[in-house]
Design a binder for this molecule. Sequence first.
Ligand code: NIG
Ligand code: FE
Length: 411
Amino acid sequence: MKQLVKNIRCLAGVEYEPKLRLQGKEMAEFNTIDDAWLLVEDGRFAEFGSVADGMPALVDIDETIDAEGGMVLPSWCDSHTHIVFAGSREREFVDKINGLSYEEIARRGGGILNSADLLHNTSEDELYRQAMRRLDEVIRKGTGCIEIKSGYGLNMEDELKMLRVIRRMKETSDARIVSTFLGAHAVARGMTQTNYVRLIIDEMIPEVGRQRLADFVDVFCDRGFFTPEETARILDAAAAWGMRPKIHADELASSGGVEVGVKHGALSVDHLESMTVEEIEILRHSDTMPTVLPGTSFFLNMPYGKARRMIDAGLGVAVASDYNPGSTPSGDMKFVVSLACIKLRLQPSEALNAATINGAYAMGESAEYGSIAKGKVANFFITHQLPSVDFIPYAYTTPIVKKVVLRGKMQ
Ligand code: NIG
Ligand code: FE
């Protein structure tokens, strides 16, 4: 099956010699081709070029997609979400407006534990329906590759229920989905910290591993949640089942999460709102992708991660949405790209790379997703007519996505 996308005003996010991640100055290279065409073959990018250099022969094209003068971009790669959850938590939103902090709400038994109670009382089918609604919403906004975490179960049965929902989503969606076991998201009600960590290590991880329900493991390594020492033990246990870490670090305080993550070969360390300059040093020469979640800083009125400093220090940076009911009830990656420019001081090209190729790297998927390159999976979106690439983050609430194509299929 051959598809030709024609009338592309600007083909963006093109890679001629694909890299698995972009670091430092490389992050400013978001290649574009004006007045372009794009050929997709059997769900993968086959060829592309500028009309001026000649179009491919039209004889054996099965389908033509008219971009109508819009841009074509690789789908967003959202490497950190919690979109499997039940209901919503707007009560806490109002509590926060009235002066309570995220941590105070958590200490009163709200927050994550509130979502765990709701999830416990929601059937697996209903949970799947609610999560698919959120997934469809973000697909329409341009996301084509996404990580989804467990972590609102906090007991064996409910954690497995969440992971089965993610597996069903993987099987039924054209988006690429990777799954992360986040049993260590909060200590379950009625359990001691020690016993809960033991339950995760001795029972949950082996069962998740046996059933192959998670690609990665996560720990909320932060003040008031899990210590670096507990995190290390959990990561060691998960490593025995082939689950690589992607961890929550430095959201509420400089928690030691970056160090323990890098030591355990984490694919990413995420949040980093409270990271220190010393932690930037720890990340250098590692394979770990620092991932900043500016939507969380926005929603919780917290400091923004030091993405600019990290890039200036030669590191790669990814941005992700953190879509969840408590700290970021939004999976809008275009808004994340805007925040990356406005609040993190990234150039539009850097922000776009952070939300595509580096996001894909933070999921271990950048050989297949994250840019328009020969052989990669054809996940992309076509925009309305836009004056320039920089317009995307600049017009921070203007919808841009007109058509979405995943695995070569129009959505
Ligand atoms: O990434 N920080 C931990 N987990 C989520 C929030 C979860 C919640 O409040 O429901 C986060 O911000
Ligand atoms: Fe998170």
